[in-house]
Design a protein around this ligand. Sequence first.
Ligand SMILES: *[C@@H]1O[C@H](CO)[C@@H](O)[C@H](O)[C@H]1NC(C)=O
Ligand SMILES: *[C@@H]1O[C@H](CO)[C@@H](O)[C@H](O)[C@H]1NC(C)=O
Ligand SMILES: *[C@@H]1O[C@H](CO)[C@@H](O)[C@H](O)[C@H]1NC(C)=O
Ligand SMILES: *[C@@H]1O[C@H](CO)[C@@H](O)[C@H](O)[C@H]1NC(C)=O
Ligand SMILES: *[C@@H]1O[C@H](CO)[C@@H](O)[C@H](O)[C@H]1NC(C)=O
Ligand SMILES: *[C@@H]1O[C@H](CO)[C@@H](O)[C@H](O)[C@H]1NC(C)=O
Ligand SMILES: *[C@@H]1O[C@H](CO)[C@@H](O)[C@H](O)[C@H]1NC(C)=O
Ligand SMILES: *[C@@H]1O[C@H](CO)[C@@H](O)[C@H](O)[C@H]1NC(C)=O
Ligand SMILES: *[C@@H]1O[C@H](CO)[C@@H](O)[C@H](O)[C@H]1NC(C)=O
Ligand SMILES: *[C@@H]1O[C@H](CO)[C@@H](O)[C@H](O)[C@H]1NC(C)=O
Ligand SMILES: *[C@@H]1O[C@H](CO)[C@@H](O)[C@H](O)[C@H]1NC(C)=O
Ligand SMILES: *[C@@H]1O[C@H](CO)[C@@H](O)[C@H](O)[C@H]1NC(C)=O
Length: 844
Amino acid sequence: MPRLWNAAVWLLALVAASVRAQPSPDVQKRISAAIRAAAHANGTASTNYTAFVNPFIGTDNYGDVCPGASVPFGMVKFTTDMTGYAPADRARAQTVRGLSPLHDSGTGSSLGTYGNFEIMPLLCPGGFDTCTTRLQDRERYRLNNTDDAYPGYFSLTLNNSIKMEATSTRRAGLERFAFPPGSGTPYFVLDLANDLPASFAGGTMDIDPVAGRITIGGYWGSSFGPGIYNYQAFACYDLLNNGKQRLDEWGVWTGDSYGLDAKGLGLTHLNLTRNLIGGTPYQSGALFSYADSPSEITIRVGVSFRSAAQACANAESEVGDASFEEIVERSQGLWNELLGRVEIDVAGTPENVTEMLYSSLYRSFLTPNNATDETQGVFADTTAHYFDSLYCSWDTYRTFYPLMSLHSPVEFAQIVDNYIDGYRKMGWMPECRANNLPGWTQGGDGDNIVAHFAVTYHDEAQALGIDLQELYAAMVADAQVNPPEWNTLGRQVNVYKEYGYVPFAVLDTASTGRQTREGSRTLEYAFEDFGLRQVAQLLNKTEDEAYYTNRSLASPELPSQIHDAYKLHHSGTETSGILTSSATASKKRYSNGTFKYTNPTTCSPQDNVTTECSLQADNVNGFYESSSWEYSWFAPHDTAHLVTLMGGNETFINRLDHFFDAGYYLAGNEPSFQTPIGYHYANRPTLSVDRVRQVVFENFGITPAGLPGNDDQAAMATLLSFHLLGLYPVPSSTELLILSPFVPKYTIHNPYLNVSTTVTVKNYDPQSVANPIPDGASAYVKSVTVNGKETESRCHFDFYDTFKIGADIVIELTADKDAADNCAGSVPQSISTGGFASARQISR
Ligand SMILES: *[C@@H]1O[C@H](CO)[C@@H](O)[C@H](O)[C@H]1NC(C)=O
Ligand SMILES: *[C@@H]1O[C@H](CO)[C@@H](O)[C@H](O)[C@H]1NC(C)=O
Ligand SMILES: *[C@@H]1O[C@H](CO)[C@@H](O)[C@H](O)[C@H]1NC(C)=O
Ligand SMILES: *[C@@H]1O[C@H](CO)[C@@H](O)[C@H](O)[C@H]1NC(C)=O
Ligand SMILES: *[C@@H]1O[C@H](CO)[C@@H](O)[C@H](O)[C@H]1NC(C)=O
Ligand SMILES: *[C@@H]1O[C@H](CO)[C@@H](O)[C@H](O)[C@H]1NC(C)=O
Ligand SMILES: *[C@@H]1O[C@H](CO)[C@@H](O)[C@H](O)[C@H]1NC(C)=O
Ligand SMILES: *[C@@H]1O[C@H](CO)[C@@H](O)[C@H](O)[C@H]1NC(C)=O
Ligand SMILES: *[C@@H]1O[C@H](CO)[C@@H](O)[C@H](O)[C@H]1NC(C)=O
Ligand SMILES: *[C@@H]1O[C@H](CO)[C@@H](O)[C@H](O)[C@H]1NC(C)=O
Ligand SMILES: *[C@@H]1O[C@H](CO)[C@@H](O)[C@H](O)[C@H]1NC(C)=O
Ligand SMILES: *[C@@H]1O[C@H](CO)[C@@H](O)[C@H](O)[C@H]1NC(C)=O
């Protein structure tokens, strides 16, 4: 399993081998029972979609999924923080440091992200002064295999049998702690300073023992961005459960790892600055206990990125005096509404496919975190929607937003509004935003996200609050304005425009940024230019359309890279699948036009040397989180030209087969997403079907290790969703490639447009949901009809003929692979063969 190149992982840590998963076996039993019951009911009862979701998928194997309690796009995601590598990664035998309200899901920061305001229940038989408040003292194992979660709910039981549960609203929630009988006085330690990346930069805490309220506010640093910036966060803990609980003792504490372990009974105020010497994290917080030895304690928590007062107000308005069960139920209602936008024939679908699909859809609604009205810094008081944790557009433009466009234009528009607001406030749209701060730029910018919205919803844009002219102006800024510093915002467009590619070792006197990833930045910049070209076309900006079309194709690096890699891999020792160690190939290019040679298998799964492949300065490979082999397939807007460069359809197919068979395919990172469907472009769609089966079966499943790498804000989840639905999107376009659905029938509802599209799979054979597809099982697309009319090609159709207007689609499958092994019409579009010739709209 490739692990070292997961998106956003660039601080590598030594890791003990994965031990085993922690969720209770009851989680899977409950899900299986729910799927069976729904299959039995077969549509006669209303479906409880939340019951199909397994929040633990992707919590092992570096998936970094957050299994915590959250509402859709929740700013609060309650879960426990773990020690060790990527504390978000939960499966290993790691200890628990506490339960806390702020988390991201799927991001690869090896230190973890957020984790502020941790609370940990303690037993202190020796009294207040003996409590184990410091991290290293309070950490403890959980009871093995007892974690539980479903949408809106999370729980974990510590190895002293104290059970911690949580449920949440958008910015608040309830925590509930059950102490075993005879535990004595329940104590709690609450952190002011600690967060997962140990980035505390000062803050204050106040205990109001009469009101039973603790307020916290402070500054912390980004998990995936420059350390010079800090964000502000606030929390409000209400300890008395609406007067049903009574405090016994309270006070403050400070500590470190070298003997400082001081407590102040009765003190109520802390005011700390950044510890300028650094090193070991400075630890501090509150300590309190309850009178009357209650066996259950409920604590209400509100958070805010604006003020402690707002954190309290959020708890009051969103939770109020509602019970734990009421908050769980409200959350489930929200989840059910969103998950129900995709309906499937549960009775006819393999159980694990149902579970994978709904768990993926769940994560596709889990992020980004909706921090509307919780803005700070340059976004303070913005009137636009605001989302935190956009890391990163490079991950999400490929499948996340295209999936959203099928059923959720309102949510999509809010996020687009937020991207455009980035341009308004900072001059460029964000590529990455982590912890409310600019994150590291991986490929370029968010152009293909807003472009995808524009091409799919231009008729509705204004009603959805998006001004397309402004959207385009934001894209033009990304494409034309070179930021002085492009590590966090924008592209290095000055040299890209001058040379037509991003040269290696170029003299750039106008801007600063880490001089790596020249090959992948060139290819991503070019595809971003395609996004501009698509919106220019839509807006009838004819000259701009020609200009950006040119830019999206003109990169002289693209053909040369392909050509070199192609020659290398189809000569000499290639047929054995082994490259000679002296083999080198050109990837990145000097400004004088000469190529700098690097091995194209570097950073592929076959590269077991510890090469740096991410943002490191010594990533001299020229590519980001991928090999040049993999990136050589990347030209989604002009694959036809790639086919030609590689010597035609047959050699393209051979090369693609070789690529997979030799083990160069790296499932765990996003540049691999479209590789398995490449066969469509060489008119061999059945081979894409075979490869997608292989990719799904070899990399995805329903266990905690069921993702091949970081979920990356559900980039992986949405890729899997498309695979299971038998579709694949071309970003910034309205084209959808047709593959072989893993489900016999599904309906996608679009509540904003008030349309539904049903895909019925004729001759669906559950036996075909296997790798390899058994002989005689029908799995290959024989024909496709939309509203009874056969499509021009069985390889692709358009959003405007289907999901935009609501349609009945029939995909007929056959076991006769030979008969199905061409598009029976056009291959998917490419610019150089006349594709993407005009912007689609609803035919009236
Ligand atoms: C489920 O119901 C549909 C009709 O709504 C029917 O075609 C199908 O055969 C049923 N499936 C099972 C397993 O009973
Ligand atoms: C739906 O499923 C969830 C998760 O299993 C469960 O907690 C909830 O009670 C169910 N809701 C209904 C109405 O059955
Ligand atoms: C619980 O975990 C702690 C620390 O992680 C460990 O020291 C202790 O022995 C464990 N207790 C039990 C009962 O397993
Ligand atoms: C819990 O799991 C860990 C790791 O596998 C193991 O070392 C430990 O003995 C287990 N504890 C119990 C009580 O089974
Ligand atoms: C914390 O201390 C700083 C420096 O003494 C002071 O400026 C600030 O007002 C204090 N903040 C609070 C909330 O007490
Ligand atoms: C985000 O929160 C705002 C304010 O509550 C709300 O209006 C909006 O619908 C939310 N958006 C999403 C996608 O959850
Ligand atoms: C672009 O031109 C087409 C065809 O003339 C027209 O239907 C469309 O409204 C125009 N769009 C804009 C944004 O002007
Ligand atoms: C496109 O590029 C070609 C070749 O570099 C150039 O001749 C032509 O003027 C360009 N067209 C536009 C519209 O920029
Ligand atoms: C281009 O520059 C590189 C690096 O300085 C050098 O190795 C190469 O020889 C140069 N190529 C030409 C044609 O001058
Ligand atoms: C490197 O990986 C290849 C292919 O998996 C394997 O054959 C080889 O033994 C590995 N080399 C080392 C030094 O681990
Ligand atoms: C590949 O096959 C398609 C469909 O037959 C054809 O249109 C295209 O020209 C072929 N490409 C090349 C480079 O031969
Ligand atoms: C689904 O379950 C079946 C039967 O247990 C198994 O053979 C198959 O590998 C599973 N599929 C995936 C994608 O994990």
